[in-house]
Structures are given as structure tokens and as C-alpha cells.
Design a protein. Structure first.
Length: 340
């Protein structure tokens, strides 16, 4: 496998770029000099983002209005990047919607919409990007942004959790299929913990009559932590990465003692996720909220952790080698003690 290019040498597409994780990722890529096509449904969100990136004077950038539920728009987006820059080196897809509601209060139409955007939208992105990524000598990177809910479902988010579980299965199958055809394309699933963004302000909420802003379970992390993981995956061949110590711990417990998490959510799930912030009446399930104020990186009512030890460790191979070496030494010491 050939190595991936430095960010400053890449042409990158970022979808869902108007706010939150997508916006922060685009800003960080712009600061590092990448050639960018940024896309989202919000006209004002994309306009302000493009202007901010241009102010860095390090990156060539163009904004495109694109809804991942429209395959023609997604295909046109991929072609736009190829026509403008002659290649696609990395395709990043954080675009998504969510719905807070008990399963029995979720309509079939709402379930279809969440799956159409979050899961089929990711499939459309891969279908559109892969022909161009395969033209690169080093394959480039296909980066899908899932969630910790790709591994552990959350109450009142049956639609969202289902869409993120589907992404996990999809990327696993795609990765092997590409390996079978000896493709160099790197496929990564990024799984953020709860992230401090406007995502929850924008979403449709039926819990408590839709009065309050609900989020994922704490601890909460900054969008910059996810952007850092995405950029790491754009320059290093990474299978998957969980963002946030809390999410890494949740995935671990889910693997060994899932009933423990069931009990925790049963006893205090709603209280853990209610912010107390009043929810706006409109939502972005079907249409973008095209306001400058809400198309920002940071959310409201959340207090993100300043640091993630797990991601610091994950992004530094030397730290991983030292950890593995210490673990082997510990096992060897235990074996010798037991042998004696």
C-alpha cells in the first residue's frame, strides 16, 4: 500500500460542511492548505464557511449546495472536484440528521428519512467518489463519519442508531471488497462520542413534547477532536477510530457487559441527555435551517472535555508500540511467575 499524501497536497471533498464536525474539519483542512470542495444544504452556512477559509489565504476552496439524499447532486459534486482539481484524494462525509423520539412515536416516514440521509447518503457518497479515488496511484481515502452508536444503540434514537449500525456493516464489507480487487483506496469509519455542535439544536425532537434540546450521553468532546481524527485518517491508513475516551469505554463495556449499559440507560438515560436548553420549533430533518447564527461549530448547553487521552494515544504510533510492548512484558512476567 502506497502512503497517503500530506494534506497540503490533497484535493478534498467535505460534505455536511455548513456546521459542526464538517465545518470544523473544513476549517482545519483549509488552514493546512488543502484544495477544498465544501458542500451542504445550507446556502448561508456554505457562504460563510468559504469566506472564512479564504481568509486563511492558504487554500483554494469552492462551495457547493448538495443534499446527500439526492444522488444526482452527489455525483455532480464528485465530478466538480475532479474537473476543478483533476483528482479526488480524500472524500469526507459527516453529513447526517437525527431524531429524538421513542420508537413507537417514530413514524415510518421519519425512519426512512433518517436512513436515507445517514446510511444511503453515505452509500451515494461512496458510489460517487470511488471511481475517482481509484484513479489515484495511492488510492486516496474514503472517510465515513459514523458514531459511537455504530456500536451501541441509545434510547430515544432508534432511527439514528440503526443508521449508524448500518454504516459499520457497510464499511466493513466495502473494505474487504476493495482489498479483493487489490485497490489502494483506504476506507475509514470515524465514530465520535457525544460532540458539542449545533447538531442537536437542529434535529427533530419528540421527547418531552419537543421542549428541550437533547444530546448524546456525556462526556462531551469538541468538534476539533473529530476533525483531528478525520485528518489523521486522510494521511494514514486507518480502519476505524473512536473519538473520545467516553466512547471508547462505552464500546469496550458493550463488548463485555452490554447489560450493564442497559441498566445505566434504563435508570438515568433521559436525565443524562436533557440539556435544559429550550428547543427551537423548526428542525432540519427535511430542509436545511438556513441561518448564519446556527451554522457554526459549537453547540449550546454542553461542556466539552478539553482533551482525549485515547485519541492522543491513537494518533501516535510510537505510543501504541510502547503500550503493546509493556503489555507483552507484563504477560511474560505473569507467565514466568505462574510457571514458577
Amino acid at each position: 500500500m502506497s502512503s497517503l499524501k500530506p494534506i497540503a497536497e490533497q484535493a478534498i471533498v467535505v460534505l455536511g460542511a455548513s456546521s459542526g464536525i464538517g465545518r470544523e474539519t473544513a476549517l482545519q483542512l483549509g488552514k493546512q492548505g488543502a484544495k477544498l470542495i465544501v458542500a451542504a444544504r445550507s446556502t448561508k452556512g456554505i457562504e460563510t464557511l468559504v469566506n472564512e477559509i479564504k481568509s486563511f489565504k492558504r487554500s483554494e476552496v469552492e462551495g457547493v449546495i448538495c443534499d446527500v439524499a439526492d444522488f444526482d447532486q452527489v455525483k455532480a459534486l464528485a465530478k466538480k472536484c475532479f474537473d476543478k482539481f483533476g483528482r479526488i484524494d480524500t472524500w469526507v462525509q459527516p453529513a447526517g440528521v437525527t431524531l429524538f423520539a421513542k420508537f413507537e412515536d417514530t413514524t415510518e416516514e421519519e425512519m426512512r428519512r433518517v436512513m436515507d440521509v445517514n446510511f444511503l447518503g453515505q452509500c451515494r457518497g461512496a458510489w460517487a467518489a470511488l471511481p475517482y479515488l481509484k484513479k489515484n496511484s495511492n488510492g486516496g481515502a474514503l472517510i465515513h463519519v459514523g458514531s459511537v452508536e455504530s456500536k451501541r444503540s441509545i434510547p430515544n434514537q432508534s432511527a439514528y442508531s440503526s443508521s449508524k449500525h448500518a454504516m459499520d456493516a457497510f464499511t466493513e464489507a466495502l473494505r474487504v471488497e476493495l482489498a479483493q480487487e487489490k485497490s489502494n483506496v483506504s476506507v475509514t469509519l470515524v465514530m465520535p462520542s457525544n460532540i458539542d455542535t449545533p447538531f442537536y439544536e437542529k434535529c427533530r425532537t419528540k421527547v418531552d413534547g419537543g421542549k428541550y434540546v437533547y444530546t448524546g450521553p456525556s462526556p462531551t468532546y469538541k468538534a476539533s477532536h473529530v476533525a483531528g481524527a478525520i485528518i489523521h485518517a486522510a494521511t494514514n491508513r486507518v480502519r476505524r477510530v473512536t473519538v473520545g475516551d467516553g466512547g471508547a469505554f462505552l464500546s469496550l463495556v458493550q463488548g463485555v457487559a452490554p447489560s450493564t449499559i442497559d441498566i445505566a440507560f434504563t435508570l438515568g438515560g433521559d436525565a443524562l441527555m436533557r440539556t435544559g436548553e429550550l428547543k427551537r420549533k423548526d428542525d432540519n430533518l427535511y430542509q436545511a435551517i438556513d441561518e448564519v447564527e446556527i451554522n457554526r461549530v459549537k453547540g449550546v448547553g454542553m461542556y466539552p472535555m478539553p482533551f482525549s487521552l485515547y485519541n492522543w494515544w491513537f494518533e501516535r504510533p510510537i505510543a501504541q508500540y510502547v503500550t503493546y510492548a509493556l503489555f507483552v512484558l507484563l504477560l511474560s512476567w505473569v507467565y514466568m511467575k505462574l510457571s514458577n
